[in-house]
Design a protein around this ligand. Structure first.
Ligand code: FPP
Length: 249
């Protein structure tokens, strides 16, 4: 825990509890640069990134935010050097194994979204185990996007719906937003109200393309391993100053 996380265990007084986002999504960018600036190998940045994510999850719980979704690995990330991809897969597996007991104690419900079948078998086993064991928990909903691509998610939903039409179970006129959402990986989870992206990039990078249609976007230059409760407080203050109109006047 950093000094900021110890000080900021309660919701800061200047934030309005009733206007907090219900669901926060994060693009955890800048791990590699964080490590490079310190003359360390990139993997050290990913390790520190896990610590930042763990503290953000606890902070969301402490401050009463209902859901957190993190972009851990995109469909494009396979293009990284093999040793980095292997490191990340092993890291995910190890973190899951190590944190499961604590997630149970803290009542966290974890869910993985993405094309999970393409992940290493041993990681799939840990993922299934963690989702099954935490399924009945009533605390924060923690979603990890792994081998996730927003376009791929939309395409697989289209394919599933087209099959239902082809088999005569569905009339094309019945396809509406509610039905479409039932075929997304994230079905049952409300759309994120706030997307935070670290390290200054102003892109969605194929993340939750459907779900973020009306999400507020907050970008900070801070690199992900340095994103702490103080930074999160700033993001929430900025969010509370926004007027959300959902296309209305
Ligand atoms: C982006 O930084 C970060 C990633 C691709 C990996 C993020 C994963 C974690 C923090 C681990 C999460 C763990 C679990 C179990 C959910 P980058 O490597 O693109 O940094 P750069 O832009 O500076 O190169």
């Amino acid at each position: 825990m950093t000094a900021h996380s110890i000080v900021l265990q309660e919701l800061p007084a200047d934030l309005q509890r009733e206007r907090l986002p219900k669901h926060v999504a994060v693009i955890m960018d800048g791990n590699g640069r964080w490590a490079k600036r310190r003359g360390m190998p990139r993997f050290m940045g990913h390790r520190r990134g896990v610590d930042a994510l763990k503290d953000l999850l606890r902070c969301c719980r402490d401050w009463g935010i209902e859901a957190l979704t993190a972009y851990a690995f995109s469909t494009e990330n396979w293009g990284r050097p093999l040793e980095e991809v292997e490191f990340l897969m092993t890291l995910f597996e190890r973190v899951l194994r190590q944190e499961l007991r604590e997630m149970m104690e803290e009542n966290v419900r974890i869910r993985f979204v993405g094309n999970l079948n393409a992940l290493p078998r041993s990681l799939q086993v840990e993922i299934e185990k963690s989702m099954e064991e935490t399924a009945g928990n009533q605390g924060i909903q923690f979603t990890v996007a792994t081998n996730y691509g927003g376009r791929q998610e939309i395409l697989q939903a289209c394919r599933a719906i087209a099959q239902q039409v082809q088999q005569g179970h569905l009339n094309p006129d019945e396809i509406d937003e509610t039905l479409f959402e039932q075929h997304l990986y994230t079905t049952g989870i409300c759309d994120p109200d706030l997307l935070i992206r670290t390290s200054g990039e102003m892109r969605l990078s194929n993340f939750l393309l459907w779900q973020l249609a009306y999400g507020e976007i907050y970008v900070t230059d801070t690199l992900w391993p340095d994103f702490d409760r103080h930074e999160f407080h700033q993001a929430l203050s900025a969010y509370q100053q926004r007027e959300r109109r959902f296309g209305k006047v």
